[in-house]
Ligand binder design. Structure first.
Ligand SMILES: Cc1cc2nc3c(=O)[nH]c(=O)nc-3n(C[C@H](O)[C@H](O)[C@H](O)COP(=O)(O)OP(=O)(O)OC[C@H]3O[C@@H](n4cnc5c(N)ncnc54)[C@H](O)[C@@H]3O)c2cc1C
Length: 399
């Protein structure tokens, strides 16, 4: 069998890999091959809550989330309207010490042109009539935030990429991935693909994959959980996504009057091949207690299903996107710290621009400067995994 040749080989067909393939093809990079040993929704993308918010940590994040959101809105508008909605996002705290942190976040976000405002408890209660907010001391609101069905968005990218000629090799374990001379070689079911450049977009598996070719990066896969619940009153109105900062519980609307709720980060490393995929009793109990105290209107909601997925942390909570230091022709897009859906489209577009023009383009590299893997140098020690929805308010892990 003759070897296949690719200009870029993308390893991983989650939302990042599919978005990257689409953007590469759109920029005329050809041929592009995407490989995944499982299916496109096998990783975190098939398990995500899909909240897209600009209440983020730095201007790069905000810009990339905004670019992603625009792209998701456009894709949904053309191909599947059920996959995207702008519904706004509210967060609150009853902790006095968190109020100045929340206020500082509003100031900071506004300085990055993020439309956020402070909410008083009565206005919050109008937006979320199932809730009880009489003890809330501070709340903020982003009207332009959205929800997306991550797996559908991944599929839409993959379909567009296929239309543009991208080849997807799915569902079979590779027997080999290695550097050979000036090429990366991937062998799947006896067929070898040779490529000058390879991109590791393998989510929670990226850590192992990069280490296996001798180029480890500081990554830590961790488990996080979500559940779909059915409140007794079927209310199909779109309502805002919400996050209780103190309880670290978030909720977003789902189809057919259901709701999707989740909580944060488990701060220990997980093995993406051996983690517990169902929701724990402790998680379900925490949700029930949180609903009882915070959302009395949903307190009788019936659990439809609960599940877990594996996200990937980095030491500074920024993703790792770009050339892998010291590895010729090797790139990565990973380490999204639980926020990969909201950043995949924009991040992939920026990486595709670098790959399309070559690493030499300072102009394109500048757009991923803050997330380049080369900001870390090995050897890499274990590092603390930090929660996702924080306000960057110092050392208190809640904020
Ligand atoms: C419960 C939960 C809730 C979440 N909620 C949100 C949210 O509200 N908003 C948000 O933005 N993000 C959220 N996330 C995070 C988000 O899901 C991820 O950040 C995002 O999906 C990562 O996408 P990815 O394409 O990088 O990785 P993945 O979707 O994990 O895809 C990686 C792919 O790589 C493949 N792979 C494995 N090994 C190899 C190999 N050797 N070679 C090639 N491919 C390989 C896997 O099969 C998989 O398909 C949530 C995650 C979870 C689990």
């Amino acid at each position: 069998m003759a070897d296949d040749r690719a200009e870029v080989l993308v390893l991983g067909a989650g939302i990042s890999g599919c978005a990257l393939a689409f953007h590469l093809a759109r920029r005329g990079v050809d041929p592009v091959v995407v490989y995944d040993p499982q299916t496109p929704a096998a990783g975190a993308t098939g398990r995500a809550a899909g909240i897209v918010t600009e209440q983020l940590w730095d201007p790069w994040d905000v810009a990339v989330a905004r670019e992603s959101k625009e792209e998701y809105a456009h894709l949904a508008d053309r191909y599947d309207r059920s996959a995207f909605a702008v519904n706004g996002f509210a967060r609150w705290t009853k902790a006095r010490e968190a109020v100045p942190v929340l206020e500082a976040a509003v100031e900071r976000l506004r300085s990055w042109s993020v439309p956020v405002s402070v909410l008083d408890p009565p206005t919050l209660a109008e937006k979320v009539p199932w809730g009880r907010f009489d003890d809330v001391l501070g709340a903020i609101w982003s009207p332009d935030d959205a929800v997306v069905t991550a797996s559908t968005m991944g599929d839409l990218y993959a379909e567009r990429a296929r239309e543009l000629g991208v080849d997807f090799v799915l569902g079979t374990p590779a027997s080999r991935f290695a550097r050979e001379g000036d090429r990366w070689e991937l062998t799947v079911a006896g067929q070898t693909t040779l490529s000058r450049r390879a991109v590791v977009a393998a989510g929670a598996w990226s850590k192992r994959l990069l280490a296996s070719v001798g180029h480890p990066l500081p990554l830590a896969p961790y488990r996080t959980q979500a559940a779909v619940l059915r409140p007794s009153t079927l209310d199909t109105r779109m309502f805002p996504s919400v996050h209780d900062i103190d309880l670290d519980v978030y909720v977003r609307p789902e189809e057919n009057g259901r709701i999707l709720a989740g909580d944060g980060t488990e701060r220990v490393e997980a093995d993406p091949d051996r983690f517990s995929t169902g929701g724990d009793e402790q998680f379900v109990t925490h949700l029930a207690e949180s609903f009882g105290s915070r959302f009395p209107g949903w307190a009788d909601a019936e659990l439809v299903r609960a599940w877990a997925g594996v996200c990937v942390a980095t030491p500074d909570r920024r993703p790792l996107i770009g050339p892998v230091p010291g590895a010729s022709g090797l790139y990565t897009i990973t380490g999204f710290n639980g926020f990969g859906v909201m950043r995949a489209g924009g991040a992939a577009a920026r990486l595709a621009a670098v790959l399309a023009v070559g690493d030499g383009s300072e102009r394109e590299l500048e757009k991923i400067r803050t997330v380049l893997p080369g900001r870390f140098t090995g050897p890499f020690a274990a590092f603390p995994i930090k929660p996702g929805f924080t306000l960057e308010g110092g050392d208190d892990p809640r904020f």
